[in-house]
Write a protein that binds this ligand. Structure first.
Ligand code: GDP
Ligand code: MG
Length: 746
């Protein structure tokens, strides 16, 4: 408060320190996050709000009777060794372009020349009271500045301004006053409320706009409401008192200020005012004060004169009978100071905990955004971090270190376990029903158990049907669209045909023999083998596709885990999936294709013309079959010699030849099947899908990121401006709130 205020040297240093802290918090600009104690002056138009403010702060505001304030003005007074005044604008909900313009407005001076202030605010009043006469007013540099401010705030300067804008603005004009004589006080002067429209100046919607603006300010629980009511109106029916009672039902923060007592003529009116000040009416818990400001006729704006006038008025009856602590501006100042102090002290613990909450929230938001990514280096570091986390997860998945990350709490992510499960099931199904026909004398027990042909519907969608009841896991269908060309159809393996295998072979033999006598061509084996293994191809392709889908889902989910930013993730996923032609990065699709190609390779090798094995078990099996097989054909002579080489054997009947082919096929098939299952699992799946240096799981690694070009990185990890600004805003917020906590702790 100004130099003319009745200073209160008795105020303890502790109090001052508390207010100092609040001031420092306010300087940090956190009041939009955590409301701080402040004061708002409200009332009807021309009730004397600005006059009261002026009296309180000692700085001069416009007092012209015609004046109506068209935007809120926040006046922040601070006691500081050096003088300065800063005028700026706090925009309300600005468009991006306007925000820049408004925030760019900032005028400051390092001197408080008190003669200047009437001019400054006179200038402001000139701006909002059309028409203006530029020739006179533009002389003042301050006027120019305020005019600029008004323009930036979008206030209609005159009727002919014609942009249809409101006569009021929700922007806040902020005036920061510091000096050795200023006292800690933040006061907000809001436009006065009014009931009737002035054609060409205000509209119906302006009435509500102002009312809502006032409501917004008084709703805030840390705001002290100075309800200004002139003595010359029907005080009890003042709308502002009703609004204040709604916003502050306990009346803890509403102080009534009666103005214009000098204009009371009738004794009855004076008596009403005296009753109010004396607390005879209990509508306001904190009661009323009465002040006398300069009247409309007094254009001097002289504060000294004002105080003299006030003193002389209150020296007269009936005012001199009132309690002195409720009469005059000095008493009001003291009361406000105490009130502010009380509120501040009461609210302080809440302010502190709210700052902590707000800090945590901002920190979390900031952390969720990740590190800044504007330069190539930052982008590389960002994607590099994603990659190294991915590599870690992938290795855990391959090594079954599932306890090291809660990612694996989801069983579907237990990569190597799932691969092993389906590999084993594949092996079992291959053994049970991978062959086209049952061999002669094959055991038939347990056939078809749990392997009933499924419904057509299920068959189409459920890829795990391949394994029958051997597994109960679902093969993920994720990425089907992308992988359509690579992944084979799902396959359900029917049971092998039953019936006379010997008969079948005999027919085959008879339909393809040449001139061989007592023997058969070596082609007979590969031909029957091809037929017996006719299901291998669809089964194997389906199985390796299933493994591929498991790997694919794992990669996707691991990426989601490592890259929480969905924008980056989507770009990165595209890069991983399709690769970058010409940049030497092969995508997942190419890597998967190699595994599937290898399946084709293994199949083609297995079913080529020559049947080859050097497995000693082949001979064992063959002789075993021969021995066993002779029993049913007991009519024939049994010389006890194994007949591995049919050509050299004794001349055989057709039946013997057929049986020989059968036994040969059965021996070879078993060997080939084991070999095939193993190489499929070992090469197509374990090597090509899981471990290969150029396999799918290597699609994202530190090395890949190192080789990314600047353009790629920018495409993947670059941020748009909005994100960048949001991060900066949050970072600043975190810094301010951290600073605020530090202030509170000292
Ligand atoms: P606001 O619209 O609520 O800000 O009201 P102002 O402070 O601008 O005052 C409106 C008019 O009332 C101005 O002409 C003031 O000079 C005048 N006024 C304010 N307070 C008093 C007072 O106590 N006595 C007299 N006579 N006039 C006053
Ligand atoms: Mg005013």
């Amino acid at each position: 408060m100004g130099s003319q205020s009745n200073g209160q040297p008795g105020q303890g240093l502790g109090n001052r320190a508390l207010l100092d802290k609040v001031d420092k918090l306010r300087e940090l600009g956190i009041s939009h996050l955590v409301p701080l104690p402040q004061m708002v002056v409200v009332g009807d138009q021309s009730s004397g709000k600005s006059s009261v403010l002026e009296s309180l702060t000692g700085f001069q505001f416009p007092r012209a009777a015609t004046l109506c304030t068209r935007h809120a003005t926040e006046i922040v007074c601070r006691r500081e060794p050096t003088e300065s005044v800063v005028v700026s604008i706090i925009p309300h909900n600005p468009s991006p372009e306007r925000e820049k313009l408004v925030r760019g407005f900032r005028r400051s001076t390092d001197r408080i020349v008190s003669d200047d202030f009437p001019k400054i605010f006179e200038a402001a009043s000139t701006i909002i009271t059309p028409p203006i006469t530029p020739s006179i007013t533009l002389k003042s540099i301050w006027l120019k500045r305020i005019m600029q401010a008004a323009k930036v705030m979008g206030i209609k300067l005159s009727e002919n301004d014609g942009d249809g804008g409101s006569a009021f603005s929700l922007d806040v004009l902020k005036v920061e006053i510091s000096g050795p004589n200023a006292d800690h006080l933040t006061v907000i002067d809001v436009p006065g409320m009014f009931e009737t429209v002035t054609p060409g100046v205000t509209t119906e919607s302006d009435i509500d706009l102002v009312k809502n603006m006032v409501k917004r300010y008084i709703q805030e629980s840390r705001t002290i409401i100075l309800a200004v009511v002139p003595c010359i109106v029907d005080i009890a029916n003042q709308k502002i008192l009703r609004l204040a009672a709604e916003a502050d039902p306990q009346g803890k923060r509403t102080l009534g200020v009666l103005t214009k007592p000098d204009l009371c003529i009738e004794n009855a009116t004076k008596a009403v005012v005296c009753d109010l000040v004396n607390g005879k009416r209990r509508d306001l818990h904190l009661g009323y004060c009465v002040v006398k400001n300069l009247g409309a006729d007094d254009v001097s704006g002289n504060m000294h004169r004002r105080n003299q006038q006030e003193q002389s008025l209150f020296g007269q009856a009936p005012w001199n009978t009132l309690p002195s602590d409720r009469v005059g501006v000095a008493a009001l100042q003291t009361r406000i100071r105490h009130l502010l102090m009380d509120r501040t002290r009461a609210e302080f613990p809440f302010v502190k905990s709210e700052i902590m909450t707000s800090l945590k929230k901002s920190q979390k938001l900031l952390a969720d955004m990740g590190a800044s990514r504007s330069t190539t280096d930052q982008q590389r570091a960002y994607v590099g971090k994603v990659a190294s986390n991915f590599v870690t997860l992938k290795n855990y998945g391959l090594d079954a270190y599932y306890t090291r990350h809660n990612f694996f709490d989801d069983y579907e992510m237990r990569l190597i376990t799932r691969i092993r499960t389906i590999n084993e099931a594949f092996s079992l199904v291959m053994h049970e029903r991978g062959h086209a026909r049952e061999f002669e004398g094959a055991s038939t027990d347990g056939d078809g158990k749990g392997m009933d042909e499924p419904d057509e519907v299920l068959l189409a969608g459920d890829r795990s049907l391949l394994y029958g009841d051997k597994v109960n896991l679902k093969i993920p269908m994720f990425g089907d669209g992308d992988l359509g060309d690579i992944v084979s159809d799902s396959y359900w393996c029917a049971e092998p045909e039953r019936g006379d295998m010997l008969q079948h072979i005999q027919e085959l033999y008879l339909n393809s023999r040449g001139y061989e006598m007592g023997t058969f061509s070596s082609e007979m084996l590969s031909r029957t083998f091809k037929e017996q293994g006719s299901k291998w191809r669809p089964m194997t392709l389906a199985h390796v596709s299933n493994a591929l889908l498991v790997v694919h889902q794992f990669i996707r989910r691991a990426l989601e885990e490592c890259c929480p930013d969905s924008t980056v993730r989507d770009e990165l996923w595209g890069f991983l999936l399709y690769g970058q032609e010409g940049e030497g990065h092969e995508g997942l699709l190419g890597r998967y294709a190699r595994a599937m190609d290898h399946v084709e390779f293994l199949l083609s090798v297995e079913f080529q013309e020559r049947a080859i094995t050097h497995d000693p078990r082949f001979d064992e099996k063959l002789s075993q079959l021969k021995l066993g097989g002779e029993k049913p054909a007991s009519e024939g002579p049994d010389n006890g010699q194994p007949a591995q080489e049919p050509e050299k054997g004794p001349s055989s009947s057709l039946e013997d030849t057929t049986r020989e082919i059968h036994n040969l096929l059965q021996s070879y098939y078993g060997i080939a099947r084991s070999r095939f299952i193993d190489v499929v699992c070992q090469q197509a799946i374990d090597y090509f899908l899981l471990r290969a240096k150029d396999g799918p799981l290597e699609v994202l690694s530190d090395k890949v990121v190192l080789n990314m070009s600047a353009e790629q990185l920018d495409l993947i990890a670059g941020e748009d401006l909005a994100v960048k600004e949001e991060r900066e805003r949050l970072a600043k917020q975190v810094e301010s709130l951290t600073q605020a906590l530090k202030i509170l702790r000292t």
